[in-house]
Design a protein around this ligand. Sequence first.
Ligand code: SF4
Length: 371
Amino acid sequence: MCGFCSNPTTPYTHDFDSMRVLVDDFVERGYFGIILTGGEPTLHPELPRIAAYANEQGLHVRLITNGSRLSQPDFAQALAEAGVRLVHVSVYSVRPEVEARLRGTEDTLPKAYAAIDNAARFGIEVNINCVINKLNADHLHENIRVLVGQHPHIRHFVWNNLDPSMGRAEVNQATFTPRLAEFELSLQRAMKLLHKSGRTFRVEKVPLCYMTDFAWASTETRKIVKGEERIVHFLDDKQTVRQTEWGHIYTEACDVCSLRSICGGLFDRGDGYDPAELHPVFVPLQPVVEHVLGDGTDPSQKPLSFSQWKKRFTRAERDESAPAVQRDASLIPVGRVTDRGERLYAAKRKAEGRKAEASGIAMERGQDEES
Ligand code: SF4
C-alpha cells in the first residue's frame, strides 16, 4: 500500500512455466543474475521454486522485499535453500510514524528488522533498499545510523530516487516527490557515513551534481562507463523493456559540466523534477571512471585501464537520441491475463481502494484507464 508504488496490482498472473521461459532467456543472453521484485514478490506461492530453478541454471538470484514474509524464519530458510543469495529489504524511514505513512500500513518496521536478521541467520546476504521521497529526504543519514547500529552485518545500501511517472507514484506526486535540494545534504551525510565505515552503496536517478563526491556510486554512471544493459520484465501492459541508454534529460548547464559524458542527467519521466535544479560541476572525470573500473566487488567487471576505456568509450556509438527505455523486440510474454486474474484484480482493487482512502492517498489509474 505504499503511496508511491510504481508497480501496483495488475490483472496479470505469472506461474512457474511463464517465469521459467524468462529465466531461460536471461541464461541465453549471458546475464550474471536476476532480481525478483514486485510489487511484493514474496506473495507469489511459487517464488522458492522459480528462485531454485534460476539458481540451478547458474544465475545469481536476488530478491527485493518489504520483509513481511521474510520475518518468518521458515520462509527465510526456504529461500536460502532455494538458492536466493541476496535480499534487499526495503526500509524507507526508521521513524515509525514516517514509515507507516509511506507504507500505508502500521508496524512494518519490526518485521523488516526481523527479516534482516532472519536472512543473515540462514546465510543470505542482506542489502537495504530505500526510495528517496519527500517524507524521508531530511533523514536519510539517520536511517543509516540506526540500521548500521542495529544490524552491523549490513554491508551495502541502495537508494532509488522516486520514479514519479508510474502507478500510484504518478497520482500522488505532490505528496511524495522530493525536490533534489531537499535530500542533497542528508544523502551526502548518509554516503559519507557508509564510506567511512567501509560499506558500499549505489544511488539511482540522482544527477551527479547532487552526489558529486560519490559520483562513482551512481547506478546510471556505472552502467554508462561499463556499457551495460538491463532488461526488465513488467507484469503489466509494459511487458519487456530493455534499457541500453542511461541518459535522461540534460539542460544548458550540462553543456559545460565536466561529468556530462558519464552522467545520467535528470530523471524526468512524469515531469516530477525541475530541470532548473541542475548545475554544472567542474571536477575531473578520470578518478570517477577509474573508481568504477577498479571495483573489485563487481564480478562482471573485466580489468581495464582508463586509457583503454577512453578509446572504447569514444569509439562506442552511444545513441543519446534513443529513448532511455525501449520496448524490447523480444516477444516472450510476461505472464498472462486470465478470467481468474481479472476477478482477483477487481477484488484487490476494491480492497486496496478502501485502504488508500483510509490512509489519504490516491489510487493509481486502473489498467483499462492507463493513458
Ligand atoms: S549539470 Fe547535468 S551533466 Fe552535470 S552533473 Fe548535473 S545533470 Fe549531470
